[in-house]
Design a protein. Structure first.
Length: 276
């Protein structure tokens, strides 16, 4: 199970033999490291790495997820740097490799990929038992979610404005939403995070329009403006916690519960709005 520790670009990693010095450039994986009881081996983070707050805040930041201060990272003397294909530019990862650092590349594409992510990180850093415990919790929570026959809905999931941007169905977020029967719009699109033309056809096709809390932090006033500008029924518009839909790692377990609860709440409110 833990014998082949192969990352998202096919690089095989060996388990560490001494305590590591880890810099994580992926917020959700920073949180995962602490869940695996590796917090004392994390020496650096990005300023977007905010969980678990009391423990990560004292750690030095090396910058954002797209641009970092390389000299600051090197000064931390890391043995491993963890990156993600969607969140960190390829050029950044390649420079870190060229600097002689051991770079672990991650790329979960489905919620189910969290299990292999737990085992990859747990296997490399000798936290096998902790990784298996997380995997068991995740699989149990996923099984509970799949026991429900969720109603099918077409949803527009917005991550940005000026320009409006959404997601395609090949993203981790879309596959998380699909677990509760939510199919994202547009149905077909090449770009993973496409720019969108908001028009009547798109709005009429959507049963729900979801405004994420990240990367753009939509607020209630954004929904009010959207309803006014596009003559859209306010009951179709919902804020959604982007951490719960897009963060893999240990938060994905909470994300599964969140999706179940949110879907139940929306079903109840929809029935109430249609009641005579």
């Amino acid at each position: 199970m833990f014998r082949d520790l192969i990352d998202a670009i096919g690089v095989r990693h060996a388990p560490v033999t001494v305590p590591a010095r880890i810099v994580s450039l992926v917020p959700s994986i920073t949180e995962l490291l602490f869940a695996l009881k590796l917090g004392d081996q994390v020496v650096g983070r990005t300023h977007y790495c905010i969980h678990p707050a009391p423990l990560v805040m004292p750690l030095p930041s090396v910058g954002g997820t797209k641009k970092i201060r390389h000299a600051r990272l090197q000064a931390l003397r890391p043995t491993h740097v963890i990156v993600n294909i969607d969140e960190n530019p390829r050029e950044l990862a390649e420079r870190l490799m060229a600097d002689g650092l051991q770079v672990i590349v991650t790329h979960p594409l489905t919620p189910e990929d969290n299990v292999s992510l737990y085992r990859l990180i747990g296997g490399i850093f000798n936290r096998v038992a902790e990784a298996e415990a997380l995997a068991a919790r995740f699989e149990r929570t996923l099984a509970e979610l799949r026991q429900v026959a969720w109603p099918r809905r077409q949803v527009l999931y917005l991550i940005w404005r000026k320009p409006w941007m959404g997601i395609n169905r090949d993203t981790y977020i879309a596959r998380m939403l699909a677990l509760v029967g939510w199919e994202t719009l547009p149905a077909e699109c090449e770009a993973r995070y496409p720019e969108l033309e908001i028009n009547k056809t798109l709005l009429d096709a959507a049963d729900l329009i979801l405004f994420s809390s990240e990367p753009y932090r939509f607020l209630p006033e954004d929904l009010e403006g959207f309803a006014r500008d596009y003559n859209c029924p306010p009951e179709k518009l919902r804020l959604i916690d982007g951490e719960m839909t897009s963060w893999y790692g240990s938060r994905a377990i909470q994300g599964l519960r969140y999706m179940g609860q949110l879907t139940r709440e929306i079903s109840v409110s929809t029935r109430s709005s249609h009641a005579p």
